[in-house]
Design a binder for this molecule. Structure first.
Ligand code: FAD
Length: 409
């Protein structure tokens, strides 16, 4: 049997592509080949189990890649309202928290269920535990070679994701390596949206504490990117949304990086000095170990005082002008040397992948192999934290599907 479309990978983009193809053209045969025991493993864990499915503010500045303009056409054509109406049609209305979109159930597993049900109801064939190990062109058709059998197809959609999430989620670079061997150009892969390992002498003392801060990534001593939000101190280093957001640059630079936390981003260094002076006047009778209590997290305050060389058992009234400046500098520029990231298995997305210069941005079709498409994370496009990566998975999948039924079937 020759399948009209074989989709390699039953993750976010593969499921979306399959369901949308069958919604629009019920008569065509669509088959998903999925290496794992079930579809949508990674999708079911997204957004801490809540699935941050999209974002209201989709713009190019939230995406990255050697040529990030590649994603613009698909994201514009298959935008939020298009995506919302597709998901509503399979039983998943969206709700929004600020700009972040979620399924109304706030359950990632229910998104997978609705996609699975729709695929089944529409007659998508799903082969589980079917890992693809080769693709050959044979008499104008594609022969997809899998671990257990081969499949013939008029069209192939590579929706195999990349390394983020790691082995436990069935995520590897097998398809990327395979396509690279067949001559496809690739861009170096690195983890993105991932925790940062830092010199942990201080962070492990603050393990588990969260603090709102302006986070600046310093590369070779120069500020590179700034984000605001909740930072989490960990035994290995730093986590939390603003840290995840700057991690892409850390993975890719190869240069010396540091993270600077400004715990008082709304006021100047001088104003922080004045704040400390005022506190000294008001609380002159206290010991230093309680100086910051009530103002910032007590433990952070104590660690900062220690780093400034101030004995915690002294009285606040003994604080001199030099120490005030030292403390203020630390509160404004609490710096951590970065030693790396926690790697692909902890990352939410992979930067790099199949070079987009080998694909048509209007269709996701390979420029040299008609009928071969790539969608989602395997392409060299990655988004920031906030629903952008799933939106790319959806938009690129709709785009490939419309090209297949518009131009090829
Ligand atoms: C923990 C976590 C949380 C995340 N949270 C969010 C979030 O809230 N919002 C957001 O926008 N993004 C989030 N992401 C990112 C998002 O999940 C991915 O960008 C998205 O799933 C990519 O979709 P995809 O279809 O390209 O790949 P995947 O969803 O990874 O699917 C690829 C599928 O292909 C299969 N496969 C791979 N190789 C083969 C092969 N050789 N043969 C057969 N099958 C194969 C895999 O088993 C997998 O099922 C998160 C990621 C992680 C890891």
């Amino acid at each position: 049997m020759i399948n009209d479309v074989v989709i390699i990978g039953g993750g976010a983009s593969g499921l979306c592509c399959a369901v949308y193809l069958k919604q629009k053209r019920p008569e065509i045969s669509v088959r998903i080949l999925e290496g794992s025991q079930r579809v949508g493993k990674k999708l079911s864990l997204t957004g801490n189990g809540r699935c941050n499915i999209t974002n209201r503010n989709i713009q190019l500045s939230s995406f990255h890649g050697a040529d990030k303009t590649f994603c613009e056409t698909a994201l514009r054509k298959y935008d939020l309202s298009f995506t919302e109406s597709f998901f509503r049609s399979i039983g998943v209305p969206f709700v929004f928290e600020d700009n972040k979109g979620y399924p109304a159930s706030f359950q990632a597993a229910s998104v997978v269920d609705c996609m699975r049900f729709a695929a089944e109801e529409l007659g998508v064939i799903v082969n589980l535990e079917t890992k693809v190990t080769g693709i050959q062109v044979s008499k104008g058709k594609y022969k997809v070679i899998a671990s257990n059998m081969n499949f013939l197809a008029e069209n192939v959609v590579v929706a195999a994701g990349l390394l983020s999430g790691g082995d436990r989620l069935g995520c590897d670079a097998s398809m990327l390596n395979l396509l690279k061997k067949s001559g496809f150009k690739t861009i170096m892969t690195t983890p993105a949206i991932v925790q940062l390992k830092t010199d942990n002498t201080v962070t492990k003392q603050l393990k588990g504490i969260k603090v709102n801060a302006e986070v600046t990534l310093m590369i070779s001593g120069k500020p590179e990117r700034q984000e605001y939000g909740e930072v989490l101190f960990c035994d290995y280093g730093l986590s939390g949304p603003p840290v995840l957001q700057i991690s892409r640059e850390v993975s890719r630079t190869g240069k010396k990086c540091a993270v600077r936390l400004d715990l008082f981003p709304d006021i100047s260094f001088q104003e922080v000095c004045e704040l400390i002076e005022k506190r000294k006047t008001d609380l002159y009778y206290r010991n230093f170990d309680e100086f910051f209590t009530g103002m910032i997290h007590k433990r952070i305050g104590q660690v900062i005082l220690k780093l400034c060389g101030i004995p915690l058992n002294c009285k606040v009234k003994d604080l001199d002008g030099t120490s005030v400046k030292k403390i203020a500098a630390m509160l404004k520029e609490f710096e951590f040397e970065v030693t790396g990231t926690t790697g692909f298995s902890n990352s939410q997305v992979t930067a790099g992948g199949l070079a987009t210069c080998g694909f048509d941005k209007n269709t996701m079709e390979s420029l040299d192999n008609k009928g071969l498409y790539a969608v989602g994370e395997i392409l060299d496009i990655d988004g920031d934290c906030g629903g952008f990566n799933l939106q790319w998975a959806w938009s690129s999948a709709f785009c490939a599907a419309d090209s297949i039924i518009g131009d090829r079937l």
